[in-house]
Ligand binder design. Structure first.
Ligand code: NAP
Length: 272
């Protein structure tokens, strides 16, 4: 789901004299201190100091990013909070992957305390050597596992995905596309669906499922959405030809065959 980033008024300069320390609680409950000089601007960012429920998140001031060679700063107008962000914040990794996940992301809390994989905003500052973009360009940024988009500004580095924001989309609409859209597109392309294929989409109301319905429709195939009845009208607008309410119907146990099953929940078991 896309959400609009706060404080559209932009950077605020620190008080003109002396040094200021910005502090937040880190994952070991000690205070982490940033000493910043009087010329450094700062921004607001949501940080995740330790794994836990949404209440662990804190809105704090951190130094503004400064672009180095080949980098640029994007002032975000919208970011998203999706199932991936929620998994990282809550330390909910797939079964058997707990230790590997903690080793990769941080043992007691994420090493990259500012979560958020995707952002939409305006290019604000360019580092040396950036030719492809101009300040003022409206872009969509995908940081992926590097995260950092739950902030007023994000540093875009070489290798991060940046595309021009489609003019027809608002900020929140644009930023809601990459997470579910890229995943659905990747798997549906890999599946090589025939134009008349019939695909069961389980978890059709989620980020991946709702994108999948639209891709399947674009490919000319037919989707059957598995979701709650209350989502029926909405998923039909996204292209679902049929809706099955998983709270009342055993969609996996019957004799019906499908050309493809996209299970976005891990809820179903099927014979191939
Ligand atoms: N690169 C990656 O590795 C990658 C990228 C994207 C997503 N994912 C994974 O893909 C999965 C789906 O992601 P998402 O972002 O689409 O999640 P999501 O937005 O949370 O959507 C999941 C949907 O499943 C529905 N649901 C729950 N139980 C169900 C059941 N038994 N039958 C049918 N529907 C059910 C939920 O709706 P209701 O509860 O309201 O019915 C919800 O809308 C997650 O496990 C996520 O971690 C992985």
């Amino acid at each position: 789901m896309g959400i609009m980033a706060g404080n559209p008024s932009g950077a605020r300069h620190l008080p003109p004299r002396g040094k200021v320390s910005l502090r937040y609680e880190n994952r070991k409950s000690r205070l982490r201190t940033y000493a910043v000089s009087r010329n450094v601007t700062r921004m607001e960012a949501w940080i995740c100091p330790r794994y836990g429920p949404p209440e662990v998140l804190r809105l704090v001031d951190v130094p503004d990013p400064v672009p180095g060679r080949g980098e640029m700063v994007v002032r975000l107008r919208a970011t998203s909070v999706h199932s991936g962000d929620s998994r990282v914040r809550g330390c909910r990794f797939p079964a058997g992957m707990g230790s590997a996940g903690r080793l990769a992301l941080g043992w007691n809390g994420p090493r990259q305390a500012v979560l958020g994989t995707d952002g939409a905003g305006v290019v604000e500052a360019l580092g040396p050597g950036v030719e492809a973009w101009r300040t003022g360009d409206e872009v969509l940024v995908v940081k992926g596992a590097a995260m950092g988009c739950h902030a007023e500004r994000v540093l875009v580095k070489r290798g991060d995905v940046v595309v021009r924001k489609p003019e027809s989309l608002g900020w929140a609409e644009a930023v809601s596309l990459p997470f579910g859209g890229q995943t659905a597109r990747y798997f549906l392309t890999k599946a090589g669906l025939a134009r008349d294929a019939e695909v069961l989409v389980i978890g059709a109301s989620g980020a991946v499922g709702s994108a999948a319905l639209q891709w399947i429709s674009l490919l000319g195939a037919r989707s059957i959405a598995v979701t709650r009845a209350s989502n029926g009208e909405w998923v039909r607008r996204l292209g679902a030809a049929e809706v099955i309410d998983y709270t009342t119907t055993d969609y996996a146990g019957g004799a019906r065959r499908f050309d493809g099953v996209m299970d976005c929940t891990g809820a179903g078991t099927f014979r191939t």
